[in-house]
Design a protein around this ligand. Sequence first.
Ligand code: CTP
Length: 415
Amino acid sequence: MAQSQSLNGKRVLLIIGGGIAAYKTLDLIRRLRERGASVRAIMTRAAQEFVTPLSVSSLTGEKVYTDLFDLTDEAEMGHIQLSRSADLIIAAPATADLMAKMAMGRADDLASTALLATDTPVLIAPAMNVRMWLHPATQRNIAQLKADGIAFIGPGEGDMACGEYGPGRMAEPLEILSAAEAMLGAGTGPLAGLKALVTSGPTHEPIDPVRYIANRSSGKQGHAIAAALARLGAETLLISGPVNLPDPLGVSTKHVETAREMLAACEAALPADIAVCAAAVADWRVDNEAGQKIKKEKGGLPQLSFTENPDILATLSKLNHSRPRLVIGFAAETENVIEHASAKRERKGCDWIVANDVSVDETGGGVMGGEENTIHLIRAEGREDWPRMAKSAAAEKLAHAIAQHFSLSDEGPRS
Ligand code: CTP
């Protein structure tokens, strides 16, 4: 079977850290090249104890860079050039030491210098002993690196070379490859040049400093849509309520708690071309939120009073000047799905409604938190009924429908 050339023409700078997982990186090089990417590699001194520069250079087909001071030769490529000329930098395995250096901005060898001297997107595949991974110092560095916009893939959980069990195992080459494909997709594809914002997950509405009102939304559908739009090239901002999902690769994610924060984040993200409101926003919040924890009083019950939350979908749909060109809402219905969803489209003023049949199916499974969805796409020009499918497949189909809409519209994607 012909190999997909999904990375044709892409330049990857691969930084190999010193860990036993470095042997898996050899397979990663092969897979990146099979898909059309060119790979240049930097090895740290410790990495060369695990795999040889000769093996790496036979797979990359290029010289392997190992020493900061090798690069002073006129004929050589400087370290700045090395990292700037790449479309993506992958550090695999990223050791605890390499991550600590990155978090601190240190540059005392070629690998750390190349990572500091660049604004190219960076994907890291950490690999280390489970205790090193769980150590508060590493956890601090992880938080810092995430805040700096570094993308993570893994680590996985399992038996480790050191005989222990837990998180710390480097992601498999194929997982690193798909993460790289997702990150390199941005900027090319039918939605390139368009900006999308996607809301996802539930909102939490506080009752007091320790209690809140929430719902069962998992965020799976919204997160999958954000990732699918990014894969088609849209510059995508995901505004997510509290969920137990990793931030999708290739997407900027803003985390919020309440409906009001979600609306403020959407407004701050305008102008945008596409808005997809997939969040299960709480319809109401407590308007007498207590500043201190409400105490049990004998015989008494707290008196909560409610007020309506802003409707984010309706607000975005009804904007005058900064209305996104395509606004898409969701409707979760248990009966009369089409009529209720069509009425919701009119009422809220959005262009499309993705109607979801959330009645419990014959297997007893539900859509909320589940892996599958049955969708009817309702537009002014009519409706499409999609078969039941995985949420990731539904996200892909919706992203392609959006791409088709923009390819047919007069304005098309902005160049
Ligand atoms: N929505 C929103 N802000 C709210 C409430 C809803 O943006 N405060 C959006 C959701 O993201 C979704 C759509 O509006 O796109 C759903 O509308 P909603 O009126 O909440 O419909 P249902 O959840 O289907 O509930 P109901 O049928 O009770 O109206």
